[in-house]
Every structure is written in C-alpha cells, then in structure tokens.
Design a protein around this ligand. Structure first.
Ligand code: PGA
Length: 253
C-alpha cells in the first residue's frame, strides 16, 4: 500500500487556543476514510495536551531536545512528546537551522527522537544561493550528517521532506513554490543519497514529501508530477477550507 502524508506545520500559530481547537475540529471533520492517508497536525507544544486524546488525527511536534531529562531550560524531550500522544516530530526545518541548529545537533535530535519511538520528519533543502551553486551538494551533506548513525532498523521511522528554503511562504500564500520538475529531481536525489547510505530497497520505500508554499492548487502536481509522497504544509494548513481541500486531494489521489 502506497502511504501518503499530509503534515501540518502550524509554526507559532494560531495565537489563541480556541482557534487551535477550531482547526483541530475542522480537520477531524475532513478526515479521509482512505486507510493509506496519514494526516498529522504539528501544533505549538502548548496546544499538544489539548489535542492528546483527539480522535482520527495524528499528532506531531515541531521540535524536541536530544537529552532525555534534566537541567535544560526551555527544552522538551522526545519521551515527553510520546507521553502526550505524539507520534511524529519535525526536525531540521530551515527556520530552526536559521536559528543556529546545525547538522550535528539535528542528528542528535533525530537519534533521540527515534530512540523514544517517534517518527522523525526530516527537512532538507537548499537556500537561494546554494540553488545556483549546487543545491544537491548542500542537501547531500544535510542528509549524510543528519542521518549519521541511524541504523537500518530505524530507517522506517524516518520521513524525508524536500523543503527548498526559497520556496517557503513565510505566511505569504502567493509566494512561489518549486515547480513539479524541481520537486521530482530533488525527490530522486534524496532517494539516490539514501540508496548510497542504506540500500535501493530502503530508498524506494522511504517516504519523501515536499514542502514550500503548498496549497490546494499545486498539490496534485506535487503528487503526480513531482512524485512526492505528500506534503509538509505551513500557511495553508491554518486555513480550514484550504486544508480541507488538500486532504480531499490526497484522499482521491
Ligand atoms: P509553507 O511552509 O507551506 O507556508 O511554505 C512550509 C514549511 O515551512 O514547513
């Protein structure tokens, strides 16, 4: 069965918990019956307990720390997330890389998340200038260093996301997305890199999603021509109508 993923990255939104609960409810109403579709909400940490027992949707976090517990002010451990019902955690997002997270730190977080039983949604992608100078090299380094020491037995809990930094909307819904051709070649490149690190079979099986100004207008092309196994959705996941449409597109794909 070919699994498809639609993962909502709410980032630091919405400002009020009532709106977060409204988005949760509308997602639950739009939930597909198709068993090959996974719809995951990744709200800010503080909303996770409010959604812990929510039916139908799966929960994820947008970050975690790599230590299990202790004197780490402001951090949240992977096992705390598991205890609240999270199954996924986004790691390596460019907005966190911009705040100073490097591949070595992201790698520690990935290993800790996998160790706690979470699925790591690992974002990789080039910045604008690297696109001109050789996007693939930067992405290759992110993959090799990010997945360092991840054993073959844990690779099924990795979901890769191609997220070119230049295509992320930053809340601007009319921002430019990558073309289906860009997406297809990067999805292939990610699989090739995984094949070199692990095996061809693993490379074929690992989910590779796309993220960067995805919406109900470009999603079908991303799946069909981009050959992505779904999307990591920022801005559009905060609009109940748009998000509902995207769920239906994946369901009918
Ligand atoms: P966007 O965000 O869909 O608003 O471009 C995607 C992301 O940053 O994960």
């Amino acid at each position: 069965m070919h699994l498809l993923y639609l993962i909502a990255n709410w980032k630091m939104n919405p400002a009020k918990k009532e709106d977060a609960l409204r988005l949760l409810k509308s997602t639950q109403k739009s939930m597909p019956s198709a068993s090959n579709v996974r719809v995951v909400l990744c709200p800010p940490y503080v909303y996770i307990p409010l959604m812990a027992s929510a039916k139908k949707v799966e929960l994820g976090a947008q970050n975690c720390f790599w230590q299990k517990e202790g004197a780490f002010t402001g951090e949240v451990s992977p096992s705390m997330l598991v205890n609240l019902g999270c199954k996924y955690v986004i790691l390596g997002h460019s907005e966190r890389r911009e705040m100073g997270e490097d591949n070595a730190l992201i790698n520690k977080k990935i290993l800790a998340a996998l160790g706690a039983g979470l699925r790591a949604v690992v974002a990789v992608g080039e910045k604008t200038h690297e696109r001109e100078e050789g996007a693939e090299k930067e992405m290759q380094t992110q993959i090799i260093e990010g997945l360092k020491d991840v054993p073959q037995s844990k690779i099924k809990n990795i979901i890769m996301v191609y997220e070119p930094v230049w295509a992320i909307s930053k809340g601007n819904p009319s921002h430019v997305s990558a073309t289906s051709q860009d997406i297809f070649s990067s999805v292939l490149f990610i699989r090739k890199t995984i094949a070199k690190l692990y095996s061809r079979t693993i490379a074929e099986q690992i989910p590779v999603l796309y993220g960067g100004t995805t919406n109900s207008k470009n999603l079908l092309g991303i799946l069909q021509e981009g050959h992505a196994d779904g999307a990591l959705v920022g801005g559009a996941s905060l609009n109940a109508e748009e998000w509902g449409k995207m769920i239906r597109i994946v369901e009918n794909f």
